[in-house]
Design a binder for this molecule. Structure first.
Ligand SMILES: Cc1ncc(COP(=O)(O)O)c(C=O)c1O
Length: 428
């Protein structure tokens, strides 16, 4: 196991050093001794989440919302209890404001196909920012292409941040919708979303927030943000893959048409009559949902509550600060942006003269898992004038020792195959 001893400037009280023991992955063949620093891509799962999923299948498995027998009702109860847990975790006014999707990507596509098609027409504008993940860019881009509208990206500054006044300047009579990341998946930059939402609302523009990288690292309160729509993925917050959340204000959801249609979205259908879709979440959750996934997500959120959301934030922030200090000591390393300004669990860097894939491969040989490349955000990387970065993204089980291993490994990195043969190639 990598060290659980604390050192340097990290607040030792934030999380207990035993957190890693909660994660069976780190006792398995691939996990022992691994510094897993790709939590922005996906997190490992605590035993409590695995147990909740197994328990659901072992004791309550049956389809939801459509069986008039006790087992089906019990399964429905667990699904709805999970919705309630999610609603409480993000400060929603009512569980009906929580829709289960397959992830952030699905949630944004759902909104582009419903809200977007309803609001956006020829000559209109949709605002995004220059830092979006493809999942919060391509659905809006396609919507604009189909509608004859214009997609406008609010520029990022030299630190890779979007300023609230730049966003305000981009708002105008043609803007129908705005969508933006709460936290950048590339640099960990935190957008001033509360101010941006307030400004958009002054123009009558609804806002979609991609919270995929925020929910894992900071308490999120959708009502305090006055968010219209807020999306995130379970697997990035210690829950299972294949399930995610679309929060929508109740009055706004009530106005939206269904996205996919099918079983579960209606009470009864007659070929002679118009279809009457149900109100609330079932309208948007056609087909059999991932009930165990929802239950697993609720267990993950409970697990984080048990650790303490403020303690998780302090821990992740302390690792960011330590990484900035530790890597900053290396001559050839340049930290991209200013991740310590409002730390959110991510630090991206480049090693001058060495292709990011060579750095990533070198780290892998040192049993350090970190993502390198464009992180599904090549538009952002283009804006920063970079081929790619190496990204460290922290989770609750990471320690200062993990960061120090990165510093030691990076100190010895040399140009390799990619630098020599494909110095300008990007793949991932
Ligand atoms: C900011 C951001 N948005 C959206 C996504 C897409 O999430 P998913 O693949 O879980 O749908 C990611 C995943 O990396 C992300 O980091």
């Amino acid at each position: 196991m990598t060290g659980t001893t604390w050192q340097g400037d990290v607040d030792q009280r934030a999380l207990p050093g035993t957190v890693r023991d909660d994660f069976p992955f780190f006792r398995g063949a691939e996990g022992v001794g691994l510094a897993y620093l790709d939590n922005a891509a996906t997190t490992q799962k605590p035993a409590a989440v695995l147990a909740a999923i197994t328990d659901y299948y072992a004791t309550a498995n049956s389809n939801v919302g459509r069986g008039y027998y006790r087992l089906s009702m019990a399964s429905t109860d667990r699904f709805e209890a999970a919705r309630g847990t999610v609603a409480r975790a993000i400060g929603a006014a009512h569980p009906d404001e929580v829709l289960f999707t397959s992830g952030t990507t699905h949630a944004v596509n759902l909104l582009a196909a419903t809200l977007g098609r309803r609001l956006v027409g020829p000559g209109d504008r949709v605002l995004v920012t220059g830092m979006e993940h493809n999942s919060n860019l391509l659905p809006w881009r396609r919507l604009c292409e189909e509608a004859g509208a214009e997609l406008v990206a609010v520029p990022v500054d030299a630190d890779g941040a979007v300023r609230a006044d730049a966003f305000a300047d981009a708002l105008g009579p043609r803007v129908r919708l705005a969508a933006m990341a709460h936290v950048s998946n590339v640099l960990g930059t935190v957008n001033p979303v509360r101010e941006m939402i307030a400004e958009a609302h002054r123009h009558g523009v609804p806002v979609v927030i991609d919270g995929a990288q925020a929910v894992p690292h900071r308490p999120v309160d959708v009502r305090a943000l006055d968010a219209d729509f807020y999306c995130f993925s379970a697997h990035k917050v210690y829950g299972p893959m294949g399930v995610g959340v679309l929060y929508g204000r109740r009055d706004l959801l009530a106005d939206l048409p269904p996205y996919q249609v099918g079983g579960g979205t209606v009470k009864g259908v007659s070929l002679a009559e118009p279809v009457r879709y149900l109100a609330g979440p079932p309208r948007f959750e056609a087909g059999t949902p991932d009930v165990a996934g929802a239950v697993g997500l609720a267990a993950a959120l409970d697990y984080l509550d048990g650790l303490g959301r403020d303690a998780v934030r302090a821990h992740d922030a302390a690792l960011v600060r330590h990484a900035v200090t530790a890597l900053g000591q290396l001559d050839r390393v340049r930290i991209v942006g200013d991740p310590a300004r409002d730390p959110s669990g991510i630090v991206s860097f480049v090693v001058e003269g060495i292709h990011p894939y060579d750095v990533g491969g070198h780290l892998d040989r040192h049993r350090i898992a970190a993502r390198c490349g464009v992180h599904c955000a090549s538009v952002f990387l283009d804006g920063l004038g970079l081929l790619g970065t190496v990204r460290l993204s922290f989770g609750v089980y990471n320690t200062v020792a993990d960061v120090d291993r990165v510093r030691e490994a990076v100190a010895g990195v040399e140009p390799g195959f990619w630098t020599a043969e494909h110095p300008t190639t990007r793949f991932l």
